[in-house]
Design a protein around this ligand. Structure first.
Ligand code: UN1
Length: 508
């Protein structure tokens, strides 16, 4: 809504040239290089710098986190909830800084920034309430007379939270909020591309009263992540990012000496949408364009493969093409932009390689032209590619590239089987007014989030808990009723309350 966004955009002007820094929460005096963080849409513009965490600082951070964890756990759910809520309030007070960083550091449009901040605040408040619900005291369990049984939840220890650049605020804060709510302390490694917004988030959490040792920032690249996860004192890892990295973390955890760690992973997808001939074309157009191209397709929920039924194929594709042609590609700091840059040159190169390979395949490929000045940034022209099957794709293509496949009514079973055969299971969309089709797809599809007659991105905390299965992750779903519990360990206390109980114990 321009009425909301325009005044916001004007306010951001004062932050346009602010220079930001990301540093480890615990930092020794040792000198270390600072890496520049540049705008994805203008690689010549520096937004800030990142000071990576050194090996012995990682060790020291985990030592500090481990030392304070029992106290943080004993604090109880209500007090932890109040601290998380105080952080949420501060996040809202710092709306402008967060939105400016979403645009400049992550290349997000203002609308995506607003949605991201909303989600971050929702996560803090939701997990605060979960802390209250789950950690207020022991839960009585049944047993015979003369016996008292009760179960309580506790933090597992020190949790490592490793987060992606595509939700540099919402996911960066979401998993630590859940871990902290459960009584863990946290060492958090943000994506190397987006440490600045993470640093602001951590600073505000400390300002809200969360002890520094309980929530520490460890900026760095994959080597810092590897150093953290291979430390046997890490009780659990909450990771969001690529399937390959999750598998590597799993191997690292398995090879460690000592306690067996918990892994909570939210990874990639090969998300499809099935459209049949009963669907409403205008609605399909709007939802396909949003699902595939909003956030430049850089959501793990984004639509990658659109299945259009053959009798409406040409008409639907023509309309989708119209919507695609109407997208404004450009600088995310301008309000008129619908599609901004991808995150970095590597992401751009991988997408360009994929499109070049598909072009050789001989099927139609449509690409938007890029705007003038696009060369200074990591822009990928939004692309639509016709294809025969989802199984022609070997990996997730994380950007504004939509594949389209034709299907016949008699093939529905095969379509769903093919989608399942990718091994991913994150989001699936369906546009149909036919209840039998809906019931069939719902019953057969192995996906975490199934969206009917709407777009398939933008899961809302608490209403649409989010996460997949198979190659898409371990669950449980972020923002759902089982998430925080997974960060906790359970203890059962059993007391013999009969008079003889004490003696019996002594005699035994
Ligand atoms: C991700 O893109 O890494 O529903 C996951 C959505 C978001 C996806 C977050 N919650 O679009």
């Amino acid at each position: 809504d321009p009425l909301v966004l325009e005044p916001l955009q004007e306010r951001l002007a004062v932050l346009e040239s602010k220079h930001w820094e990301a540093e480890p929460t615990f930092m020794s005096g040792a000198e270390s290089e600072r890496a520049p963080i540049t705008k994805p849409h203008d690689l010549t513009a520096e937004v800030g710098t990142r000071r990576d965490t050194l090996d012995f600082e990682v060790e020291e951070a985990i030592t500090r986190a481990e030392a304070i964890q029992p106290g943080w756990d004993r604090l109880g759910g209500e007090k932890r909830a109040l601290l998380l809520e105080a952080a949420a309030d501060l996040f809202e007070e710092h709306t402008d800084e967060f939105l400016s960083l979403c645009q400049r550091e992550a290349g997000k449009t203002l609308m995506d920034g607003v949605l991201e901040l909303r989600e971050a605040v929702d996560f803090l408040r939701f997990y605060a309430n979960e802390a209250r619900r789950l950690f207020t005291g022991p839960m009585p369990l049944p047993g015979p007379t003369g016996e008292e049984n009760r179960l309580s939840l506790h933090g597992r220890g020190v949790f490592a939270c490793i987060s992606p650049w595509n939700f540099p605020l919402a996911i960066f804060i979401g998993t630590p909020a859940a871990a902290l709510a459960a009584g863990n302390t946290v060492v958090a490694k943000p994506a190397e591309q987006t440490p600045l917004i993470a640093a602001l988030a951590v600073r505000l959490c400390h300002q809200a009263g969360i002890p520094e040792e309980a929530f520490q920032l460890l900026p760095g690249a994959g080597d810092v992540g590897e150093m953290i996860t291979s430390d046997p004192r890490i009780a659990g890892v909450a990771f969001t990012g690529s399937t390959q990295t999750a598998q590597a973390i799993n191997r690292t955890l398995a090879a460690r000496e000592g306690p067996i760690a918990t892994l909570i992973a939210e990874t990639g997808g090969q998300n499809a949408m099935i459209v049949d001939s009963t669907a409403l074309p205008e609605q399909v157009t709007r939802d396909v364009v949003a699902s595939a191209f909003q956030s430049a397709g850089q959501r793990c929920s984004a639509l990658r493969v659109l299945y259009l039924q053959d009798d409406v194929y040409e008409e639907m594709l023509r309309m989708i093409h119209g919507g695609f042609e109407a997208l404004t590609i450009g600088n995310p700091e301008e309000l008129s932009t619908d599609v901004g840059p991808v995150i970095d040159p590597d992401a751009k190169a991988a997408l360009e390689r994929h499109v070049a390979r598909r072009k050789k395949g001989g099927r139609p490929v449509w690409r938007r032209k890029l705007h003038r000045g696009a060369g200074a940034g990591c822009f990928v022209a939004p692309t639509i590619i016709e294809m025969d099957s989802i199984l022609d794709l070997k990996r997730e293509n994380f950007g504004p590239v939509l594949h389209v496949v034709r299907w016949k009514a008699t093939d529905l079973e095969q379509v769903v089987a093919d989608i399942n055969a990718t091994g991913y299971g994150l989001t699936l969309g369906l546009h149909s007014r036919n209840d039998d089709v809906r019931a069939f797809v719902e019953a057969r599809a192995k996906v975490g989030n199934f969206y009917v007659n709407r777009n398939q991105i933008g899961a809302v905390v608490e209403s649409q808990p989010f996460g997949g299965e198979g190659l898409s992750g371990t669950g449980p779903k972020a923002g759902g009723p089982h998430y925080v519990q997974r960060f906790a360990t359970e203890r059962v206390v059993c007391i013999d309350t009969t008079a003889a109980g004490g003696n019996a114990t002594l005699l035994a």
